[in-house]
Design a protein around this ligand. Sequence first.
Ligand code: ADP
Ligand code: DP6
Length: 321
Amino acid sequence: MRGKARAYTNIALIKYWGKKDDDLILPMNSSLSLTLDAFYTETEVIFDEGLKQDCFYLNEVLQSEKETLKLGAFINHFRKQANCSTHAVVKSQNYVPTAAGLASSASGFAALAGALNQALGLNLDKKELSKIARLGSGSATRSIYGGFVEWKAGNCHDTSYAHPMDDASWDVGMIVVIVNQKQKNISSREGMKRTVATSPFYRGWLDTVEEDLKQAKVAIQRKDFEQLGKITESNALKMHATMLGANPPFCYFEADSIKVMQVVEELRCEGVPCYFTMDAGPNVKILCRNSQAPIIMNRLKQMFKPEQIILSGVGPDLEYH
Ligand code: ADP
Ligand code: DP6
C-alpha cells in the first residue's frame, strides 16, 4: 500500500491551449513537448486504514482543504480501479517552483499517478497512466515519457494520451530563465478557459496549430534544430496573442521576459541558433544546442543572477523509486 515515483516536467514546443471537455480534460488541439531533467517532482503515497481522510503535504507543508479535495478526486480514479476505499497520505516534493509557469502540475500529477499505480499494485502501463495523469492536469499527460513527446488530442478518455516521439538524444537542451518565481495570478486552467470563451483570436489559433505541429514533427524527424526552433517560437507567441484578445485581457509577460526574448534575437543575429518559448507565467525557456549553451548563458549572466539561469538536459520517462 506504499508507492513512490519521480516524474520530470515538460515544456511544450507546440502548446496545449484550450479544452473541449473541462471534466475529462480533452484538449482542443494536439501538442508536443520536451521533457526536462533539471525539474521534477517526487511523490510518495501511503494508504492507511487508520486515516479518516486524505492528507496532502506539498514541500512539507500540509495543504488546504481545497487542494486536498482536488487531490482526493484524482486519487479516486485509482481507488475505483483497485476497488479500494482507504484514505491516503501523499507527500510530494517539487524540485520546480510551484504554479510559476514551470509545469509543476505536469510533473506533480505524473509523479502522483506513478506512486498511486505502485501503491495499489495496479500495474497500469504508461499509456494508461498517461490517460489518467491527464485527468489531474492536461500537461501531465506528456510527463509520463522522456524526450520529445506528442499528446494526441483524441475525442474521448481512451483516445487522448501521449506517446514518445524521439528520445531527443541529439544536441538539444533548454535554458530556463527564472524571471519571477512567484505564483501567478491567473492559472493556466483559468487562462485557457477565458481565452476559449472570449478571445476572437482563438479561432486563428485553432486554424493553424495542427499545421504547426506537423511542421515541428517533420523538423524532429529530420533533426532540423533551426526549423524546430522557429516553429516553437512562433507557436508560443501565437498562444500569448490569443490572451491579449480575451475579455478581460491578460498577459504573462513581464519586462524581464521581453529582455530575454531580445537577447535570444540578438544571439541569433550573431549566428547562435536559439529560440524562446513561454507558458502561463513570466519565465522564459530557451531551446538551444547543448553545445552552445555556455555562450548563451554567459550573455544572460550580464543581465541576470547566475541562480536565475538554469540549463536543463533532456529528461527521462517516469521512474519508480
Ligand atoms: P504550473 O505552471 O506550475 O504547472 P499551474 O497553475 O498549471 O502551474 O498548476 C499548479 C497547481 O498544480 C498547484 O496549484 C497544484 O494544484 C498542482 N500541483 C503542483 N505541484 C503538485 C504536486 N507535486 N502534486 C500534486 N499537485 C500539484
Ligand atoms: C501554457 O496542463 O497546466 O503550459 O489541464 O487545466 O491543468 P490544466 O492546464 P495545464 O496547462 C498547460 C498550458 C501551457 C501549455 C502546455 O503545457 O502545453
